[in-house]
Design a protein around this ligand. Structure first.
Ligand code: F0G
Length: 466
């Protein structure tokens, strides 16, 4: 088999600022051991997120020039609406400035005290918007999804038995929505099978609960179905995406992921009364329904991106390049989430740093070590992001302690990825020198974005984080 090459040529480049290890030690300390607080100019390879960081195509840039900025009825909106409808088949399409804005509108209308939203795994902003409304979010991830090192084809699936049980316990009337996140970002970028989507829909329909899709990475999920699920190998990614959405009553989408846009999102749905309520709220918070907080040029970029992302050559390269990095790490003995996810490599920090207890945030400690070693920026998806406190202020840890290295779409080449693998392996070989962290300052919600930390002072002669 020949090397799978990047399915694009590069027309415009951005320089990387190089810095030294000594400089990075200082930068990390000044950023209070939180990669979100590092200036991106000080990062060599930025794998903090795949969100809004895609390289747009020449066609998208051409679309930007065509963007029509009319307040109402812009042709850019209608091109955007057609592109969304072509894939989702949903009559009502409501633009928003990004995914969480769509979530805020949806959960402000459907949420509230005493309500429960069920999901395979809610993303952090989705959960925060649910909780902000007074409602509760319940994650029902399938058992295989909870074990990073055990490979299975669809580790993002929702546990159907648990779903039936929770509906019986909480009462269908208290569950306004079930949300399937595809792919399951917080659970390792793992896909959800078509069979699981169909089964969730069946249970929801029997209980009169609408099923929505959090569609950020729908194209990556569609490609996994193509290569892993029986009966789909001859279908195009677009046909598979259309079938996925055919089971859903609505969706939220951050166009910053699988639409190659730098900003944008939308809500789409089949129920006209709900759409009307969403639009009314949209006008107050985002803007007129034909632009929803976006410039016409952004709507054009999204419309074009939604077509490009379903290109099979692109998806083949995309999924393969994540697998390439994952396999290199596995070969070196580095504990990673298996199999490879769709948009990121997830390091299993609990296994990686067995000497650091969960209340010293091994994932966050690992992000610091990767930054110091090679200027690589990743993000902790573990107890800093999802941990809670009990009444004695003891940490209730997250299910897993992961570090996500999200690969921006069409941005880095194979040599960048080889470099990242070298950095991770070097850190792994020196892992015993990494110290745990303690929080010195934190916000009440979404604390990982702004938290300040410091290395835990050890009683024996301290190892520095490096
Ligand atoms: N849902 C999922 C599954 C996401 O991954 C994200 C964003 C959102 C909703 C919210 O979308 O950022 O446009 O408001 N994820 C980014 C990430 C931030 O880094 O994974 P948004």
């Amino acid at each position: 088999m020949k090397t799978i090459i990047e399915p694009f040529k590069i027309k415009s480049v951005e320089p990387i600022n190089f810095n030294t290890r000594e400089q990075r030690v200082k930068i990390l300390e000044e950023a209070c051991y939180n990669p979100f607080l590092i200036h991106s100019d000080d990062v060599l390879i930025d794998l903090l997120t795949d969100s809004g960081t895609s390289a747009m195509s020449s066609n998208q840039w051409a679309g930007i020039m065509k963007g029509d900025e009319s307040y109402a009825g812009s042709p850019s909106f209608f091109r955007f609406k057609d592109a969304v409808q072509d894939i989702t088949g949903m009559p009502d399409v409501i633009p928003a400035h990004q995914g969480r804005a769509a979530e805020k509108i949806l959960f402000s209308i459907l949420g509230g005290k005493g309500k429960y939203f069920i999901s395979n795994t809610l993303f952090d902003t989705t959960r925060a918007n649910i909780e902000f409304s007074g409602a509760e979010g319940i994650d029902l991830l399938c058992e295989e999804g909870k074990h990073p090192s055990i490979p299975a084809p669809f580790k993002g699936n929702l546990d159907i038995v648990a779903l039936k049980k929770v509906i019986a316990e909480k009462g269908a009337e208290n569950i306004p929505l079930c949300i399937i996140t595809i792919t399951n970002n917080s659970g390792g970028g793992q896909p959800v099978s078509m069979q699981n989507i169909r089964e969730v829909k069946k249970v929801c329909a029997a209980n009169n609960i609408p099923m929505f899709i959090d569609a950020c990475r729908f194209a990556e999920n569609a490609y996994f179905i193509k290569i892993r699920e029986y009966g789909y190998s001859d279908k195009t990614p677009k046909e598979i995406a259309q079938e996925m959405f055919s089971y859903a009553d609505g969706c939220t989408m951050s166009a910053k992921k699988d639409a190659f846009a730098n900003i944008g999102g939308f809500l789409a749905m089949r129920e006209p009364m709900l759409a009307l309520k969403c639009r009314n709220l949209l006008v107050i918070t985002e803007g007129f329904p034909t632009y929803g907080g976006l410039a016409g040029r952004d709507l054009e970029a999204i419309a074009i991106g939604l077509v490009e992302v379903l290109d099979e050559n692109y998806l083949h390269y995309r999924i393969r390049s994540i697998e390439y990095l994952t396999n290199k790490l596995i070969a070196a003995g580095v504990p990673v989430m298996q199999p490879a996810g769709g948009h990121a490599v997830y390091l299993d920090a609990k296994e990686f740093l067995q000497h650091i207890p969960v209340d010293q945030y091994p994932g966050q400690a690992l992000t610091g070590a990767l930054y110091i070693e090679g200027g690589v920026r990743g993000v902790e998806i573990g107890s800093l992001m999802f941990g809670k406190y009990d009444e004695h202020k003891n940490l209730i840890p997250a299910q897993m302690e992961l570090v996500r290295l999200a690969i921006p779409r069409r941005v880095y080449t194979q040599s960048h990825i080889d470099y990242v693998a070298e950095v991770i392996i070097e850190v792994f070989n020196n892992r015993s020198k990494i110290a745990g962290l303690e929080i010195t300052e934190e916000a009440e919600m979404l604390r990982h974005f702004t938290a300040k930390l410091q290395p835990v002072k050890l009683t024996k002669p301290a190892f520095a984080i490096l």
